[in-house]
Design a protein. Sequence first.
Length: 459
Amino acid sequence: MSDTLTLNRSETIPVVADCDVVVVGGGPAGQTAAVSAARNGANVVLCERYHHLGGMASGGQVLVLDDMVNPRYGSDLGPEIVTTGIVSEVVERMDRLDGAVFPPPEDCIKSWEMWKKWSRWGAIDFHQTGMPQPIIHAVAFDPDAWKRVALDLVREAGVNLRLHSWFSEALVEDGKITGVILQTKMGRQAVRAKMVIDATGDLDVAASAGAEFLTGQFIVTTVFRLADVDTDKATAFEYEHPEKYKKLDREARRVIGGAWGMWWLKTPLPGIVWCNCPHMPGYDGMSPEHMVAAEYEGRDRMQKLLHFARANIPGFENAKMLGAAEQMGIRQTRLLQGEYVVTKKDVTSRRWFEDSVCRGRDYYTPYRALLPKGIDNLIVAGRHYSVESDAQKTSREIPPCMSQGEAAGIAVVQALQAGVALRDVDVSGIQKQMRAQGADPGDQPASNALVQTTEEIEA
Ligand SMILES: Cc1cc2nc3c(=O)[nH]c(=O)nc-3n(C[C@H](O)[C@H](O)[C@H](O)COP(=O)(O)OP(=O)(O)OC[C@H]3O[C@@H](n4cnc5c(N)ncnc54)[C@H](O)[C@@H]3O)c2cc1C
């Protein structure tokens, strides 16, 4: 675009809050960061552009919590659940609302019987290609249960929640952010803060404050749900007529235009299935023009799949479109290039870091990967953390993003208490507090971790 407009005007903006910590973005990472910081004694403001909390998990209808377990295959120790703390609390609360389904520990084995029982809940280790894939602790949940639980948690923690508030600008003075400006229906509003947590997923705050980042990209998806599906009939057909099923399933995935191994999964609501598809490459998740094009394309494709499934797949004869998620499924946009950039090798080799503050599956996240260079009081949490594009694709699931948020919430409070910049916080204090909150910071390497120095790895 060549045409530009320069505005030259003075502006007076109301300050609607003055706080210790402002968290921008109320997705899985942000809501967890806000609760963690508030429980540690901070006065916290949480700003979110939409009318609900949960980001991709609720508005984006990404309805399975993954990457919660280090499977430790080949060891007698068995699997370990690595994303605990506030993640476990959210799961327990959704379970109490009948909004979560997950396998009991005794079902988490490799057998055809358990595969048939749990695979359509998404509770399989999809990193394993051999069949049957092992059953693993993963959680299918209802988006409305998530929204309910998230609101309860922030209210109980005393967080000042500001929904319908779209971050637009960071106020920066001498390497510090002094506050953020939010766009609302009532005009622009300012929040002053001593510490800032960027949990926008797109690195909006850090980018506005001048932090270094790279612009990544991955497939985008208009996730949707279908109603009135006879899931018992569909799975019976799958197991009794595997060859016919495989042929139809291949065709369904061609019609939708790209999907993971299973294009439909069960949800806690009977007869309602979750479709984590289509895969649409080439779209920039921050461009309004691209997102409009993706909306058209995604809705055309899901309609075609519905027609195909109704006409051909047993169990889907009466299926109806329940609707696409409120938010477009964006997996990757800007990625911080901060104090440490996590590499693909770090993730795939299960590299352990001494300053690990949280875990996901069998990988570890160092504290430095949450810190931008050159800004003293800003920390990030979530899918835009400091990571290479390829490494982010396999380390961005909901539970590890929440664990990052939990650690970031602790870090900002400890920085305030010590009166130091975030990069000078004693990491062992964050690790200790994570443990006190029931979370696993990854300070102790698991038996299958790679414990090596950077020099040893590069040699
Ligand atoms: C289609 C799809 C399928 C996926 N499948 C899985 C899966 O099966 N299991 C799994 O665990 N993970 C899955 N993921 C990954 C996971 O959903 C995300 O990586 C995770 O939700 C990231 O959490 P987050 O809090 O960092 O970001 P987000 O969930 O993106 O949340 C960011 C929040 O910030 C808010 N925000 C953004 N910009 C602003 C602004 N300027 N002002 C105010 N608020 C703002 C947003 O509205 C949102 O609430 C999937 C992702 C997608 C897109």
